[in-house]
Write a protein that binds this ligand. Structure first.
Ligand code: 13P
Ligand code: SF4
Length: 358
């Protein structure tokens, strides 16, 4: 069982996240060598189309160390589809969209969950696993949607719209979820909104998701002014230009984009629905109108598909790196703690979503 030395722990207390990874590797006695390269060659063979060979000597020791520690600590790594390929393909036990990660978190075995994603995802995992240690490798991995609304805002909405059910996107804090009737994700929002049994529903905080849901739902949808800083950058004009330049191109978009962007798309759905569409349809050329790591991640399993990659990065998702994951597992940082009273109410909203989306 690996235990960090006191000097390493002292270093890690003051060093910024990610800066102690190399020292941990040294103490674990793991370095890139011919032997390690040989052992890990089958894994590299799988990902070589998306991880340049010059980067592999840096990644490989971290991947080995993290996979060893997972066994030692009985840990499970949950990774969102927007994580980089070395995380998505080489260390994750479960990958998926926000709904799949929540469902899998609810079933997670083991003592520790390491969330490779953003803070609200780790918080959702903690809500569903109050007894387990849930770690996020960088507390700074936030989300512009989660930051767009507070619990106080939700209480004000309830007062302004008495009796109107509040459906809250999972991209929110536990405190916001706790004030809501039920949660939703991009893969079940229409179903949940329709299932509220009301002719008016508040769908918060993503303005564009609410507008897109409103077009498919049978009820009036009231929105909030939150936006995803990644998806709001895409415009209908740029997609028209791509199509004009390449008439055979298939375009698929995430519902956090503006409605006129979705109008230009051949398909829209959650990140996992987008992956499934590409896998099922095997288009010759496709543009994924979403965060850019998605194309890299699915290119591995879809070698015949050419991806046109407009690159809008989520700076929050990209806070998660292999050195930070290694540090998280060795130093138990940073642990997600949710106030038990808030957690009980927030859990009820998430569990209701999981139940309604079955
Ligand atoms: P889904 O993976 O649920 O489609 O969500 C996308 C997203 O932006 C998560 O941050
Ligand atoms: Fe939030 Fe958008 Fe980043 Fe997802 S992609 S975490 S919605 S900012």
């Amino acid at each position: 069982m690996f235990t960090a030395s006191e000097s390493l722990i002292d270093h890690a207390i003051t060093a910024p996240p990610g800066q102690s990874g190399a020292r941990i590797l040294e103490e674990m006695d793991i370095a890139y060598s011919d032997g390690l390269a040989r052992d890990m060659a089958p894994l590299y063979e799988r990902v070589k189309s998306v991880i340049p060979s010059v980067e592999w000597p840096f990644f490989a020791p971290y991947i080995k160390a993290i996979n060893e520690l997972k066994k030692e600590k009985n840990a499970v790594i949950l990774a969102h589809n927007y994580q980089t390929p070395e995380i998505f393909h080489c260390i994750a036990d479960v990958v998926g969209d926000s709904l799949q990660l929540a469902v899998e978190a609810a079933k997670a075995e083991g003592d520790m969950i390491v969330q490779c994603g953003v803070h609200f995802m780790a918080e959702t995992s903690k809500l569903l696993n109050p007894e387990k240690t849930v770690l996020i490798p960088d507390m700074g991995a936030g989300c512009s949607l989660a930051e767009s609304i507070t619990a106080q805002d939700v209480r004000a909405l309830r007062e302004a719209y008495p009796g109107v059910p509040i459906v809250t996107y999972v991209n929110t804090s536990a405190a916001v979820k706790a004030e809501s009737d039920v949660c939703c994700t991009s893969s079940n929002a229409v179903k949940i909104v329709n299932g509220m049994g009301s002719d008016r529903v508040l769908c918060i905080p993503d303005e564009y998701l609410a507008q897109n849901v409103a077009r498919e739902a049978d009820v009036d949808v009231i929105a909030w002014k939150g936006r995803c800083e990644v998806h709001e950058l895409f415009t209908a004009e740029e997609l028209q230009q791509y199509r004009e330049d390449d008439p055979g191109l298939k375009i698929i978009a995430h519902p956090e984009c503006k409605p006129d962007v979705l109008d230009e798309a051949d398909f829209s759905g959650s990140t996992s629905a987008m992956i499934k569409w590409v896998t099922d349809n095997q288009p010759e050329r496709v543009m994924m109108v979403t965060e850019c790591s998605m194309s890299d991640n699915i290119a591995v399993e879809n070698p015949k598909v050419n991806f046109v990659r407009p690159c809008n990065l989520c700076p929050h998702m990209k806070q998660i790196t292999l050195p930070k994951v290694l540090e998280a597992m060795v130093l138990n940082r940073t642990e997600i703690i949710v106030d038990p009273e808030i957690a009980d109410k927030a859990r009820a909203a998430v569990e209701r979503m999981i139940e309604l989306s079955k």
